[in-house]
Ligand binder design. Structure first.
Ligand code: AN0
Ligand code: CP
Length: 327
C-alpha cells in the first residue's frame, strides 16, 4: 500500500477486518517486518490518540519512530509556490518534504483543514504534496478532509460490539447513526467525512442526522440516508456516533468552515439515548462533555469511547503492516 487515504485503499474490507483481529490477538507477531525501518510522523496540529497509537503500532511492528511537531521547533513552512519568502516562513514545503522523506521509510501526516479555501482543503493540497514529493508511502493521520485511521478503528469497534448484540438482535445489520452535536469552535469535517465513507462501504444500515446547512460533501456521504429530525434518526439505533463539524459549504460555499448552530438540543443526553435500541455511544475523542454528550451518557456502560480509542493502535498497525509489506 502506497497511500492510505480512503476505504478502498485497504482493498477487501472483510479481509482488513480479519487482519485487525489477527493483529489484536498477537500484536507482536510481525516484529520482523519493521526491523531497521523508520516511521516518520509529522504533526501540523495537536494530537493525543493519533500520536500515541501510531507510535505504539509502529513499535509493535519492530519499527523505529521519529515524531515531528512542525510548529514546535522546526522552521516555519511556506506552502504556496511562487511567493517571495520575505515574511516569517524560513523554509518551503517543497524542500522540507523530500528532506523528511530521506530520513524514513513511511510517512504519516496530520494537517487539518485551514478553512481559508474550500478548494484547497478539498483538493488535499498539503497531503498531495507529501504523496508527490516525499518518495515514501504516505498515510493520512487526519488531513483537511479525511481521518481514515479513525474510521477504520470505528469500524473495527462496531464489528466487535455488534458481534455481542447480533445473535439476539434478530437482524443481520446494525443501525448506525452519525449525529452532529454542538461545539463552540469550528471543527473540520474530516471525521464525519471518513465515517460516512467507511460506513457506506460496511455492512450496516447507516443514517446521518444534522441541522440544515451541515450537509456533508456528496463525495463522502453519497446517497446515505439523511434525517434532519435527530429524534427520528435515533429511533431503533444500535450505535450512536456523535461528532461536531463546521459547515461543509456544500449548499452555500460562502459558509464553508462557519459555525451555523450551537443548538444544545442536539447534545446527546439520556433522553436522546432512550429513543435508541440501547445503543452503544461512540465518539472519536477529544470530546467536550455537556456540549457534545452529557456526563451520564459518556460514563454509561454502553459508552465504548475508550475501546474505540484503543482500536486506533490496531487500525494503525494494519496500515503500517500493509505499507511495510509493499516497501
Ligand atoms: C479535531 C476534529 O474535530 O477534527 C480532531 C478530532 C480527532 N478535533 C478538535 O480539533 C477538537
Ligand atoms: N481521535 C483522534 O484522532 O484523536 P487525537 O486528535 O488526539 O489524535
Amino acid at each position: 500500500m502506497k497511500v492510505f487515504q480512503h476505504v478502498h485503499d485497504l482493498g477487501d474490507l472483510a479481509t482488513a477486518l480479519r487482519e485487525a483481529q489477527d493483529i489484536k490477538h498477537d500484536r507482536f507477531q510481525y516484529q520482523h517486518l519493521g526491523r531497521n525501518k523508520t516511521a516518520l510522523l509529522i504533526f501540523f496540529n495537536n494530537s493525543l490518540r493519533t500520536r500515541l497509537s501510531t507510535q505504539k503500532a509502529a513499535m509493535n511492528l519492530g519499527m523505529n519512530v521519529i515524531v515531528l511537531d512542525v510548529n514546535q521547533g522546526a522552521w516555519k513552512l511556506e506552502t504556496e509556490r511562487g511567493v517571495v519568502m520575505d515574511g516569517d516562513k524560513s523554509e518551503h514545503l517543497l524542500e522540507a518534504i523530500p528532506v523528511m522523506g530521506s530520513y524514513c521509510d513511511v510517512i504519516g501526516v496530520r494537517s487539518f483543514a485551514t478553512f481559508e479555501s474550500r478548494k484547497d482543503d478539498y483538493e488535499e493540497k498539503i497531503l498531495n504534496q507529501f504523496i508527490r514529493y516525499s518518495g515514501r508511502p504516505v498515510f493520512f493521520m487526519e488531513s483537511a478532509t479525511v481521518h481514515p485511521l479513525q474510521a477504520f478503528a470505528d469500524l473495527i469497534t462496531i464489528e466487535e460490539y455488534w458481534a455481542q448484540r447480533q445473535p439476539t438482535a434478530g437482524r443481520q445489520r446494525p443501525k448506525v447513526v452519525l449525529t452532529w452535536a454542538p461545539h463552540p469552535k469550528a471543527l473540520p469535517q474530516a471525521v464525519p467525512n471518513s465515517f460516512a465513507e467507511w460506513m457506506r462501504a460496511a455492512d450496516v444500515d447507516f443514517v446521518v442526522t444534522h441541522p440544515e446547512g451541515y450537509e456533508l460533501d456528496p463525495k463522502f456521504v453519497g446517497d446515505a440516508r439523511v434525517e434532519y429530525d435527530q429524534r427520528k434518526a435515533f429511533e431503533g439505533a444500535d450505535f450512536i456516533y456523535a461528532k461536531n463539524w463546521s459547515c461543509p459549504g456544500v449548499t452555500r460555499p460562502e459558509d464553508y468552515g462557519k459555525v451555523l448552530s450551537k443548538d444544545r438540543s442536539w447534545t446527546v443526553d439520556a433522553a436522546h439515548m432512550a429513543l435508541t435500541n440501547n445503543a452503544f455511544f461512540m465518539h472519536c475523542l477529544p470530546v467536550r462533555r455537556n456540549m457534545i454528550v452529557s456526563d451520564d451518557v459518556i460514563e454509561a456502560p454502553t459508552s465504548i469511547v475508550i475501546p474505540e480509542a484503543a482500536n486506533r493502535e490496531i487500525s494503525a498497525q494494519v496500515v503500517l503492516k500493509r505499507m511495510l509489506e509493499t516497501l
